[in-house]
Design a protein around this ligand. Structure first.
Ligand SMILES: [Zn+2]
Length: 413
């Protein structure tokens, strides 16, 4: 494959950035708005400045590097991701999208190509959400989707997000000034590690993302009757944990009922009250996380789950409450961007599969206001949010080459 981007510069930058907040040999701890985060963001800003971009921080703590187009007021193309990490995170999650985006723009500048429309590379603040409990802060911020009270959320040391933004140098009282006018953005493209095993399984370096699954969250509470484990006969029991196990098994079957579909369902938390070896439980609470890229199918599965809860409660003489914990609708990539990625892949000798994202990304929020597209880069064993997270320099370079050509097409108007 002919390589236009500077792969060694890109790999050098990824590895230099991973030195900031480095843990163990290969891990990173760069929590949003921390000192290490600021050091990392400043370094990325310096590279953007050197490449010739006009840089600024906004009031959400996002870093933005801009290059003007021939048509100054045209709707811009944005490329980005994030460089904050989980506390025990890896080097590639988010960073390859920011540094790959910068590499694409820098290559364009070095090749003397002037885009028709402005291009912005954005490093979003607090995608991971570990420090203040909710993530995708910067992308929800610029798209006007923050919830009330978000500035008052605190980290484990009692520092509010408001204070952390002030310490970072942002002005949380002027957030409105940093919200984008949706009509000023034509497209957003993000390259990210897959964080899943699919590309590795089919031996492909990169994939084109068709959409981002939307999660549906619920909490199920089942109540029965507590009693002595040695004295209450089996046929007299109203055991909510037995009921819960039938429901969980049924849920697991429901989400697998359509072969080849991208549906996933998880019960990640289960509380048993009062909880003891010799006590029949009185109450059981468990969570539901149901994700799909097809909203219709997700709704069908949700209805089937509710039927199963109803049926099991009846059979085991239990009462139940279902709490609605919300969720989001799936976000679908723009057909136009997928087509561009497919044709550019072909011209550089790639045959990437089109796949779905089960995880959230800043792209999920950007899809609400403009055309969205994503490129996935192969992850070793699908491991992420862990120092063992790994994507090869070669795969990242291939993804960035595709990002570069996609960007050039989008920047032509
Ligand atoms: Zn990420």
């Amino acid at each position: 494959m002919d390589r236009t981007i500077n792969a060694s510069r890109l790999s050098e930058r990824i590895h230099m950035l991973s030195e900031i907040g480095k843990i163990e040999e290969t891990g990173v701890n760069r929590l949003a708005l921390s000192d290490t985060y600021k050091t990392g963001m400043d370094l990325v800003r310096k590279w953007m400045d050197e490449a010739g971009l006009t840089t600024r921080y906004d009031n959400f703590g996002n870093l933005i590097g801009r290059i003007e187009g021939k048509k100054k007021d045209a709707r811009r193309v944005m490329i980005g991701s994030h460089i904050d990490s989980q506390p025990y995170g890896g080097r590639f999650d988010g960073t390859i999208g920011v540094l790959g985006g910068l590499e694409a723009v820098q290559t364009m500048i070095e090749n003397g190509i002037e885009p028709d429309i402005p291009i912005e590379v954005i490093s979003f603040c607090d995608e991971e959400g570990h420090r203040f409990g909710v993530g995708l802060f910067g992308s929800r911020g610029i798209t006007g989707q923050l919830d009330p009270g978000e500035l008052e959320r605190t980290d484990k040391d009692g520092i509010t997000r408001r204070q952390a933004l002030i310490d970072f140098g942002a002005d949380p009282d002027q957030l409105g000034a940093s919200v984008y006018d949706p009509s000023a953005i034509s497209a957003y493209v993000e390259m990210h590690i897959e964080q899943g095993p699919n590309l590795e399984a089919i031996d492909q370096p990169v994939g084109i993302v068709r959409g981002i699954a939307g999660p549906r969250w619920m909490t199920v509470e089942l109540a029965g009757e507590s009693g002595h484990a040695g004295t209450v006969p089996m046929e007299k029991r109203r055991d909510p944990l037995v009921g819960a196990s039938y429901i969980i098994a049924a849920f697991n079957n429901i989400v697998q009922s359509e072969a080849g579909a991208s549906s996933v369902g998880t019960v990640g938390s289960l509380d048993v009250f009062p909880g003891g070896r010799s006590i029949i439980p009185e109450r059981v609470t468990f969570t539901i996380d149901l994700r799909d890229t097809d909203l219709k199918r997700r709704e069908t599965y949700e209805a089937a789950l509710k039927q199963s809860i109803e049926k099991v409660a009846l059979e085991h003489d239990l009462t139940y409450t279902l709490h609605d914990d919300g969720g989001t609708v799936p976000k679908i990539s723009s057909d136009n961007i997928v087509r561009i990625m497919e044709s550019e892949s072909e011209s550089i000798g790639l045959t990437p599969p089109v796949l779905m994202s089960g995880a959230f990304h800043d792209a999920s929020n950007m899809a609400d206001i403009c055309d969205m597209g994503m490129i996935f880069v192969r992850s070793k064993a699908g491991i992420s949010h862990n120092p063992a997270e790994y994507s090869s320099d070669e795969d990242i370079a291939i993804g960035t080459e595709l990002l570069y050509h996609t960007m050039l097409r989008l920047a032509k108007k």
